[in-house]
Write a protein that binds this ligand. Structure first.
Ligand SMILES: Nc1ncnc2c1ncn2[C@@H]1O[C@H](COP(=O)(O)OP(=O)(O)OP(=O)(O)O)[C@@H](O)[C@H]1O
Ligand SMILES: [Mg+2]
Length: 270
C-alpha cells in the first residue's frame, strides 16, 4: 500500500516536471490528474481478427499504440475496428480526427456494415473533429474540454486519426517530442487505451523505421504495409514494438476485404 503511494507520488512528480518543462512552450501548466494508473495489466482486444494471438491477447490496458502506414494502407479501418470492439461490449469510445469529415467517415464504414451513427445515437460513440490548433489549446489546458468529456462519459478507448498533422504544428524535433510527451501524459491520466495513426511519408514499402519523436514515446507500434510486387500490391502487418509483450518478428499477411481487416497467421516477404 505504502509502496503504491510512493510510486504514485513519484509519477505525479514526473508529470509535474514535464508540465514545468513544457510550460516554456505552452505557457500554461497542464492540469495534474488525481488518479494515475501505474501498471496496466489486462489486455484489450484489438478488434482485428488474428492479431490478438500475436500480441499476447491484445493491447495492454492503458497503453498508447501507434499504427503507421502509407496512404490507403488501412489505418482508419484498423482503428475503427478497435473502437467497434469496445462499442459492441458497451464501452464508451471517442474518435478524434483533424481531417476526416464525419458523414464521409460514416459512409465509408457503412460499406463494411458498421453502423457508427447508431452507436452515436446511443451515446456510446463520440466523433470529434479538431483543428491542430484546437488540440494544441487542449494540451495547453492539460486536457481541457476533452478531459471533461473523457471523465463524464467514462471513455474506455480513444483513437486519434491521424497524429501526423498534429506533429506538423511543431517546428523541430524537440518541440514535437515535448508536445508528444504532454499529449501522452494527458492520455495516461485517463482510464483508457489509445490508438494513434501516423502517415508514412513517400512509398509505403517501408522496411526500415524512420525514427520520430513519437516512435520512442508510444508503448506499441504496428506497421501496415501496402507494397507492390510486380504488377500487384500486397498488404502486410508488422509489430515493430510492444512494451511488456513478446511479439513475433515477421511480417504477416493482412487481408482487407468487405469484412474489414484481418491478419492471417502466415508470414510474407517484403
Ligand atoms: N471491400 C474492400 N476490399 C478491399 N479494399 C477495400 C475495401 N474497402 C476499402 N478498401 C480499401 O481500403 C483503403 C482505405 O483504408 P483506410 O481509409 O483505412 O486507409 P488509410 O490508411 O486510413 O488511408 P489514408 O492515408 O488516406 O487516411 C482504400 O484504399 C480502399 O481501397
Ligand atoms: Mg485514414
Amino acid at each position: 500500500m505504502q509502496k503504491k503511494k510512493n510510486k504514485d507520488t513519484k509519477k505525479k512528480k514526473e508529470i509535474k516536471h514535464i508540465a514545468e518543462k513544457t510550460k516554456s512552450i505552452f505557457d500554461i501548466k497542464p492540469r495534474l490528474k488525481k488518479s494515475i494508473r501505474i501498471s496496466p495489466k489486462s489486455r484489450i482486444c484489438s478488434g482485428i481478427p488474428g492479431l490478438d494471438p500475436l500480441i499476447q491477447g491484445g493491447y495492454k490496458e492503458g497503453s498508447i499504440n501507434l499504427i503507421e502506414g502509407g496512404p490507403g494502407s488501412g489505418k482508419t479501418i484498423f482503428v475503427t475496428q478497435f473502437l467497434l470492439d469496445g462499442l459492441r461490449k458497451g464501452e464508451n469510445v471517442v474518435y478524434i480526427t483533424f481531417e476526416v469529415i464525419k458523414e464521409k467517415f460514416y459512409e465509408n464504414m457503412q460499406m463494411f456494415g458498421w453502423d457508427l451513427e447508431k452507436y452515436e445515437r446511443e451515446g456510446l460513440f463520440t466523433f470529434l473533429v479538431y483543428s491542430p490548433e484546437q488540440i494544441k489549446q487542449i494540451l495547453l489546458e492539460g486536457g481541457g474540454t476533452l478531459d471533461t468529456l473523457v471523465h463524464q462519459k467514462k471513455i474506455k478507448r480513444i483513437a486519434i486519426d491521424s497524429i501526423t498533422s498534429f506533429a506538423l504544428l511543431y517546428a523541430n524535433e524537440l518541440a514535437k517530442k515535448e508536445a508528444a510527451l504532454t499529449l501522452f501524459n494527458v492520455i495516461n491520466s485517463w482510464d483508457c487505451t489509445a490508438i494513434l495513426t501516423a502517415q508514412d511519408e513517400g512509398d509505403s514499402d517501408r522496411k526500415e523505421i524512420v525514427s520520430t519523436a513519437l516512435d520512442f514515446e508510444v508503448d506499441g507500434i504496428i506497421l501496415l504495409y501496402h507494397m507492390r510486387k510486380g504488377n500487384k500490391r500486397r498488404r502486410g502487418l508488422e509489430i515493430l514494438k510492444m512494451r511488456g509483450t513478446k511479439v513475433p518478428n515477421h511480417v504477416f499477411n493482412l487481408i482487407l476485404d468487405k469484412k474489414g481487416i484481418r491478419v492471417k497467421n502466415e508470414t510474407i516477404k517484403i
